[in-house]
Design a protein around this ligand. Structure first.
Ligand code: GLU
Length: 261
């Protein structure tokens, strides 16, 4: 991909381990940098949809309690944390003159044609109004079978529903490596992937961090979903969210997943 000279519709996904500190409190410096960068993308004429995790962690941090153990506790923490997250996003984005809108999804919305069309219409209306939709799974009412298996997968479906031009997954790792870089210091980052086959799947290491739920396997699944729909995807290290500018400038960072042309 050679930079963004035209206005594009971009879905950016950011995970819990990138949004929060070790103890689970929100990483304000990082979130501020993310909001500023995405606001600048908007100012440059792009449409931005943010898929943000962090609800459960923000709820735990707000109550200053231990990590939730059972599903009901996690759902309660998500209900508390989601409004904390939105309060922060709303304030920071409005500092840069932008309006956010919360959309909480469950998998049954995507699977049901009528409800999916309703979601499509809402996204398209919000984007037409110049808003920044901020999406999370509706954790508080998700049950087994209704969930996406994490926001990596959710972000892929959001890209489909929004007819996005690009999905960017901001992770705590620089991209896809030929083997797990946490275990093998000689692991090499892959610049570009053309299609998700067994060789690519074999490069995915184990699960992610204690706070996040994803890992490389769910990111590759997300890539498979969007590539089949002709949408490219990047995995980038979100430690410094201004890395997004590099994509805007057509530089080579992270791992680029190319759809079949
Ligand atoms: N929806 C969850 C949250 O906001 C995160 C899911 C994930 O980490 O993929 O806490």
């Amino acid at each position: 991909m050679s930079g963004f000279d035209k206005s594009r519709r971009i879905v950016v996904k950011i995970g819990t381990s990138t949004l929060t500190h070790e103890e689970g409190h929100l990483n304000l410096r990082r979130i501020e940098a993310l909001v500023k960068t995405l606001s600048d993308f908007k100012n440059a004429g792009h449409q931005v949809i943010l898929v943000s995790s962090g609800a459960v962690s923000a709820g735990v941090a707000k109550l200053n309690t231990r990590r939730p153990i059972n599903v009901a506790e996690k759902q309660a923490m998500a209900a508390i944390g989601q409004s904390e997250l939105m309060k922060l996003y709303s304030r920071l984005f409005s500092d840069y003159g932008h309006t956010v809108a919360q959309i909480l999804l469950t998998k049954d919305v995507i699977d049901n044609p009528t409800r999916r069309t309703a979601a499509e219409n809402t996204f398209s209306t919000l984007l037409g109004l110049g808003c920044i939709p901020i999406v999370n799974e509706n954790d508080s009412v998700s049950t087994e079978g209704l969930n996406f298996g994490g926001n990596d997968t959710l972000s892929a479906y959001v890209a489909l529903v929004c007819h996005a031009d690009l999905l960017i997954n901001l992770s705590d790792i620089d991209g896809l490596y030929d083997k797990d870089p946490r275990k093998f210091p000689d692991a090499k980052r892959i610049d570009r992937v053309d299609g998700i086959d067994d060789n690519v799947l074999a490069m995915a290491g184990g699960a992610g961090t204690a706070r996040g739920t994803g890992g490389m396997a769910t990111k590759l699944l997300a890539a498979k979903i969007v590539l089949e729909a002709g949408i490219p995807m990047y995995i980038l290290n979100g430690q410094d969210p201004t890395v997004l500018y590099e994509i805007l400038d057509g530089k080579h960072v992270g791992t680029y997943f190319a759809p079949r042309s």
